[in-house]
Design a protein around this ligand. Structure first.
Ligand SMILES: [Fe+2]
Length: 228
């Protein structure tokens, strides 16, 4: 498998490229609109064909590159069916699978940060979007977020994976690249070491986070797949 992690510094967003070595088919997970040339250069350099762009959720902090990639490469835009994004090409649900070459990328519905969050599992890795972050998790105070739902999603869909599954999050604000399910299950500050749902809800209700700077422009753009 070909694997590449990209970083967009303004929103601290990680974008992931996965490709099948034999068929040279690729997917991008959470592409950022401003970074299209970076992805295009990498695809050309590695002689890859982009089949799909996957958004883990409707982002509030950056604009998705889904539509720009679709126009340039003819790839399909993939989102959860609860996203309310009508311009998608493929609407997935829990345990839907995307095939590229011999690789199957399995969707796991992990709502709670938003009502349409999806994580993707493939080859000992899980791409968690903003559901599970390294030593944290996505906020639950916007976009139909719900702390109780997020707790259940993380426990049932993510902490049930093997301990050595590598966690690749949608963001990290401290330069960390990845974690593991075992590490997060034991040591995540909000969820680790058997923290109860009641404790988690208490933590999430006292974060006192500022209003998301870009939400008023990013959400309408992302509901249009990132079209200007
Ligand atoms: Fe998010």
């Amino acid at each position: 498998m070909i694997f590449k992690q990209f970083f967009e510094p303004e929103s601290s967003t990680y974008t992931y490229l996965l490709a099948d070595e034999k068929s040279h088919e690729a997917v991008l997970i959470d592409p950022v609109a401003s970074e299209i040339e970076v992805y295009a250069h990498y695809l050309a350099q590695e002689n890859l064909t982009l089949g799909f762009s996957l958004d883990t959720h409707v982002h509030a902090d950056h604009v998705t590159g889904a539509n720009a990639l679709r126009q340039r490469f003819g790839c399909k835009t993939v989102l959860h069916r609860n996203s309310g994004v009508e311009c998608g090409d493929i609407f997935i649900t829990d345990r839907s699978a995307i095939r590229i070459g011999s690789m199957l990328i399995e969707a796991r519905y992990t709502p709670g940060h938003t009502n349409a969050c999806t994580s993707y599992v493939v080859g000992g890795m899980v791409f968690t979007g903003d559901a599970l972050l390294i030593n944290g998790c996505g906020r639950t105070d916007f976009q139909e977020g719900n702390a109780s739902t997020l707790y259940d999603s993380i426990h049932q869909q993510l902490f049930s994976l093997a301990d050595d599954t590598i966690v690749y999050p949608g963001h990290d604000y401290q330069g960390r690249l990845c974690s593991s399910i075992g590490q997060e299950r034991l040591h995540n500050a909000r969820l680790g070491n058997g923290r109860s749902k009641e404790e988690f809800i208490e933590i999430m209700s006292h974060l006192n986070l500022p209003y998301p700077q870009k939400i008023d422009t990013a959400l309408p753009a992302n509901k249009a797949c990132g079209q200007a």
